[in-house]
Design a protein around this ligand. Structure first.
Ligand code: CP
Length: 324
């Protein structure tokens, strides 16, 4: 339990969202405001978002210290649609490669008049370190958005997943949502679980082998299942996760083939869920490991719409944090 002196580092002294670091600790109203703002950007069509001047004159720095296709690109598109100047730091060619510390890099980018940092880092907590540093140097006006830190949090992925579920299913309260696979190493799973519980989802299930489930998972407000046969029964939404091999220490599974046999989503295992269930995946997908191509490319998959909705959701987050 948090003590009474705890101050959520995402909020300013007036309780307004000034950074987005995690869905944990954000009230339902804050999540709904982001989803509704994203909707307003997609009012005319589900696909097109017009350019708006909300971040004109502001500089958004994309700092991706870990690989990304979807998140980095959609943040860039979103910032450009908001009329911001976007700078993508090429980390491999930056002075980080010469030993410059993260916080020295931040100081130099602040000196270049950064207004917002979008940060992905392999270390859990890196965006919090930046927020704390900005506070100490008196630059809390520079906003930080966590674009995925270690296995801790990926709040904009959680939000775009909620946007996608609301788009297809409307109301969270009657839904049974299953999150399947490597939950132990997944920042997406943690963000989704917090968001689903905050938004009042009927039931959140975690399905996976015991070796890939966090020890205290049952304390997070989920029902735990170790087989797809039990866990997928009656589900409305299935969120598949990739095996995060890069975050595993040692072998937690016999083989990818064995994993697919027990936890791969195939047309046969998908049939255990409701016929109108939707299939989601944050990407990148490993076809034939956690998901069969027939399902990934099938009529129940909403994996590519998730990516498109990510643009509007990231526009919403950036405009609410720093909009003119
Ligand atoms: N979902 C997600 O974070 O994908 P990327 O690693 O491609 O950004």
């Amino acid at each position: 339990m948090r003590n009474s002196t705890y101050r959520n580092p995402q909020l300013n002294a007036n309780g307004e969202l000034t950074h987005l670091l995690s869905i944990d600790g954000l009230p339902r109203e804050a999540l709904l405001r982001i989803l509704d703002t994203a909707s307003s950007f997609l009012e005319v069509s589900d696909r097109d978002v017009k350019k708006v001047p909300l971040l004109r004159g502001k500089s958004v720095f994309n700092l991706f210290f870990e690989n990304s296709t979807r998140t980095r690109t959609t943040f860039e598109i979103a910032a450009k649609r908001l009329s911001a100047d976007v700078i993508n730091l090429d980390v491999a060619r930056s002075s980080t490669a010469k030993g410059e510390t993260l916080l020295d890099t931040i100081d130099n980018l602040v000196a270049m008049h950064a207004d917002m940092f979008v940060v992905r880092h392999a270390s859990s907590g890196a965006p919090y370190l930046i927020v704390d540093h900005l506070h100490r140097i008196g630059r809390s006006d520079v906003h930080v958005v966590n674009a995925g830190d270690g296995r801790h949090a990926h709040p904009t992925q959680g939000l775009l997943d909620m946007y996608t579920i609301r788009h297809y299913k409307k109301d969270f309260s009657n839904l049974t949502v299953a999150i399947v696979g490597d939950i132990l190493h997944s920042r997406v799973a943690r963000s989704d679980i917090y968001a689903l519980n905050t938004l009042g989802a009927g039931e959140v299930r975690a399905i996976g082998p015991q070796t890939l489930l966090p020890t205290a998972i049952d304390k997070m407000g989920v029902r735990v299942f170790n087989t797809l046969q039990e866990g997928l029964k009656g589900c409305d939404v299935i969120i598949m996760l990739r095996l995060q091999n890069e975050r595993m220490n040692g072998a937690l599974l016999p083989s990818a083939r064995e994993y697919f046999k027990h936890y791969g989503l195939t047309p046969e295992t998908l049939a255990l869920a409701k016929p109108e269930a939707i299939v989601m995946h944050p990407g990148p997908m490993n076809r034939g490991v956690e998901i069969d191509s027939e399902v990934a490319d099938g009529s129940q998959a909403v994996i590519l719409p998730q990516v498109t909705f990510g643009i509007a959701v990231r526009m919403a987050v950036m405009s609410l944090l720093a909009g003119n």
